[in-house]
Design a protein around this ligand. Structure first.
Ligand code: NAI
Ligand code: MG
Length: 485
């Protein structure tokens, strides 16, 4: 079977990387070759930034409704191609097909949502007395650099692209070397639906080559990064050299807090879904359960029986969990489980590879539950980025709040309970960018501002708040006077 080769996309054209090298893209479930991508490097990034710079003024000065119409067309096209996009995403990332469908749906929704507000990016008029007229305008930042991870290539690209484009910015996007085929298909769609040449440029390649070159390029006006804390620090240091704002989304260790009066029949299936989307390789995964002591036993038993029913297999078989992205990730996750055991946690179920089948080539880890986890353990502190859910019992509400806040991260908290005062008190206490009460995720939440406290990062994506991230305010003050004759 012939495998496609995806080049760099610069100034409206597909062109091989200057270095003429390519990288192999493989199916994490089978190891099968899927495609080749260009190995972009500093010279390609430079070409892309120049193209984005040239395209900026014409794009930013268009009537916003024209930008909105193009974004609407992109949204509609993503919806029409949803089956094919989901299949590519599933093969490339390893995730179950239905999760990839949900990603494609969210991608279409991001373009629809920001198309709807492209012509409503309003300023304010500020009263200064009769001597002045004063108003603000929200201008685009300019060339935005977007560095996208491999866990949700399609959704995260759409999340950053749609508001950036709606506000009149141009983009150079560097997708992840481990999975990015859906992003390259989205690039094709944007082009075919009328996005002008140079407005979106995409350079695939390694993080340490294309990514580092983009983060440090002096022609960039905003850096948008989703990924690990370590790489985020490097991106922020590069941004500091050029005095460029950064939007960092760096993952989490998000808890689901179960109070003794929670409806467990609703809570526990939702908590399992929150823990293991994309095999737990999700920044907002609910990777910790904090449970009140008197229901601890019952919760562990019920979670274990729900967990035992989860289907693990290749993405296209469309079970509950697929393969992890790479051998490295599989090894890292299994090491964490061993560490947890060494630290005194009890592995209730899961954690083994998928043995003895035709899937032994795939990077599978069976979803694991770790009980009797305490806040000092590494499995409680660190983002594992795999299918591992730790369970920590607590007595009083104050203790739940302390435990929830006891990691360096602060992305999401789920709270399950029926007492209004307790759930709202906890919502106030937790240091996370999002709080869900008796739900988790709200079906994707394109409309809901999303971002971190603490080392989960800063700046907000999604919702109206993203407009603050993708624009800058200009204040215009006019001295007024009646003409003297
Ligand atoms: P990473 O943070 O290194 O990679 C994310 C993106 O940054 C990729 O596009 C990569 O090519 C790029 N990148 C890598 N090095 C760069 C550099 N020096 N300059 C600019 N861009 C660079 O994450 P990685 O290595 O793929 O995964 C390691 C761990 O990071 C995971 O196990 C997980 O814990 C965490 N992670 C968190 C994500 C999240 O959604 N919060 C997403 C991906 C990884
Ligand atoms: Mg890395």
């Amino acid at each position: 079977m012939a495998h496609p080769t995806y080049d760099c996309f610069i100034q409206g054209e597909w062109i091989p990387a200057n270095g003429k090298q390519t990288l192999e893209m493989r199916d994490p479930a089978t190891g099968a070759l899927l495609a080749h991508i260009a190995r972009g490097q500093a010279a390609d990034i430079n070409d892309a930034v120049q193209a984005a710079t040239r395209a900026l003024s014409p794009w930013a000065s268009r009537p916003p409704v024209e930008r909105a119409r193009i974004l609407h067309a992109i949204s509609a096209r993503i919806s029409r191609e949803r089956d094919a996009l989901a299949r590519i995403e599933s093969l490339d990332t390893g995730k179950p097909l239905k999760q990839a469908f949900a990603d494609a749906t969210a991608a279409a929704r991001f373009f629809e949502y920001y198309a709807g507000i492209a012509d409503k990016v309003l300023g304010a008029s500020i009263p200064m007395g009769s001597d002045y007229m004063d108003f603000t305008v929200r201008e685009p930042l300019g060339v935005t650099a977007q560095i996208v991870p491999w866990n949700y290539p399609l959704q995260i690209s759409a999340r950053g692209l749609a508001p950036a484009l709606a506000c009149g910015n141009t983009v150079v996007l560097k997708p992840a070397e481990l999975a990015c085929l859906s992003v390259l298909e989205l690039t094709r769609i944007c082009h075919e639906e009328g996005l002008p040449p140079g407005v979106l440029n995409v350079v695939p390649g390694y993080g340490y080559e294309a990514g580092a070159a983009l983060a440090s390029h002096p022609g960039v006006n905003l850096l948008v990064f989703t990924g690990s804390v370590a790489t985020g620090i490097g991106v922020m240091q590069a941004a500091a050299t050029n005095i460029v704002p950064v939007l960092l989304e760096l993952g989490g260790k998000s808890p689901n807090i179960i109070l003794s009066d929670a409806c467990l029949d609703e809570a526990l299936p939702a908590i399992i879904r929150a823990a293991f989307p994309n095999s737990g390789q999700t920044c907002s995964a609910g990777s910790r359960v904090l449970v009140q002591h008197n229901i601890h036993r019952q919760v562990v038993d019920q979670l274990a029986s729900l967990n035992a029913r989860l289907q693990v297999g290749p993405g296209l078989k469309d079970g509950d969990l697929g393969a992890l992205i790479s051998k490295d990730q599989q090894v890292k996750v299994q090491r964490y489980i061993d560490t947890g055991r060494d630290e005194g946690a009890e592995v209730i179920i899961g954690g083994q590879a998928l043995a003895g089948t035709d899937m032994s080539q795939g990077h599978f880890v069976m979803p694991a539950l770790l009980d009797h986890v305490t806040s000092s353990m590494r499995v409680h502190q660190e983002e594992i980025f795999g299918p591992v859910l730790s369970i920590v019992p607590f007595d009083e509400l104050e203790e739940a709040a302390t435990l929830a806040n006891s990691t360096e991260y602060g992305l999401v908290t789920g709270i399950w309970g029926n007492d209004l005062r307790s759930t709202h008190w906890l919502a106030q206490q937790v240091k996370t960018g999002q709080v869900f009460i008796n739900t988790y995720g709200a079906g994707g939440g394109v409309e809901l501002p999303f971002g971190g406290y603490k080392k989960s990062g800063f700046g907000r994506e999604k919702g109206m708040d993203a407009l603050l991230s993708y624009t800058q305010v200009k204040n215009i003050c006019i001295h007024v006077q009646a003409p003297r004759h």
